[in-house]
Design a protein around this ligand. Structure first.
Ligand SMILES: [Zn+2]
Ligand SMILES: [Zn+2]
Length: 267
């Protein structure tokens, strides 16, 4: 079995630190079956984040060139940043292009990026994490044109709290409606391995109960993404993420081609 990295960023993302060709070479070296370039596209991003978008025509032309050079599957993707008050502009933006895969990600909560300390001012952990999860639910309730929910636990990467895990036992009341919504709409949940790395002295980890619960409520599709922004991280952590899927009762991981789910048996 070859793994597929369904979430990587190229030079078309403002924070991308690899060219598409470097990413493809890294994926070949790693032995992956394919990658999807999901560059940042945040609609109506607040503050100084308006540069978090790209021209899909240029990005897709470049992908088509690379597709001729490799036997790897290379997906035309987008990481669409959603906010509850900008869902119709997000829909308009993506409707103009054809993608293999659309990842819906929530990068801002009430106009603030939880990457910045300001978000945590005067908030207790449960309020800060809970509001992030509520925002995810608001977005996926009002917007359906996507395939994967990206990094549901993004906020734990940057939070100042000791607890950096959104566990089912502590956050199940927020997670349950999200997982049910995804399952009922045939959407995929992502294990984003970029989250489970040491930052600021502690390392978030994934609670397998979240993946198990997604399966229990009827979730069928799980994707694996490194969220790599440089060539060293392409494919990073995907092997152990696939093992986690098996432990949670999933026999397949998924990638998307032409917006259709393709399941690959984990062996
Ligand atoms: Zn993201
Ligand atoms: Zn990303």
């Amino acid at each position: 079995m070859k793994l597929f990295d369904t979430h990587i960023h190229s030079q078309f993302s403002p924070d991308g630190r690899m060219t598409m060709r470097e990413a493809v070479r890294a994926a070949e070296k790693f032995g992956l079956g394919g990658v999807s370039f999901t560059d940042h596209f945040d609609v109506d991003a607040p503050g100084d984040n308006s540069h978090f978008s790209f021209d899909p025509v240029n990005q897709q032309n470049q992908i088509e060139k690379l597709q001729k050079e490799t036997s790897l599957f290379i997906g035309k993707g987008i990481e669409l940043g959603l906010q509850p008050n900008a869902l119709s502009s997000a829909a308009r933006a993506v409707s103009m292009f054809n993608f293999d895969v659309i990842i819906a990600s929530i990068h801002f909560v009430d106009g603030i990026d939880p990457y910045h300390d300001k978000y945590y001012d005067l908030r207790q952990e449960r309020v800060a994490y809970g509001r992030y999860l509520e925002s995810i639910y608001e977005c996926i309730s009002g917007y359906k044109d996507f395939d994967i929910l990206g990094h549901f636990d993004y906020i734990t990467r940057y939070s100042p709290y000791l607890n950096k895990t959104l566990s089912m036992s502590e956050y199940g009341d927020f997670l349950d409606p999200i997982l049910i919504n995804l399952a009922q709409n045939g959407k995929a949940l992502e294990i984003n391995t970029n989250t489970y790395r040491k930052r600021g002295g502690s390392t978030p980890f994934l609670d397998i109960a979240v993946i198990k619960h997604f399966r229990q409520v009827g979730g069928e599709y799980m994707t694996l993404g490194s969220d790599a922004h440089d060539s060293e991280r392409v494919g990073d952590g995907l092997k152990s993420a696939a093992a986690t899927l098996l432990d949670a009762g999933f026999e397949h991981f998924t990638y998307f081609a032409g917006r259709k789910a393709v399941r690959v048996k984990i062996t």
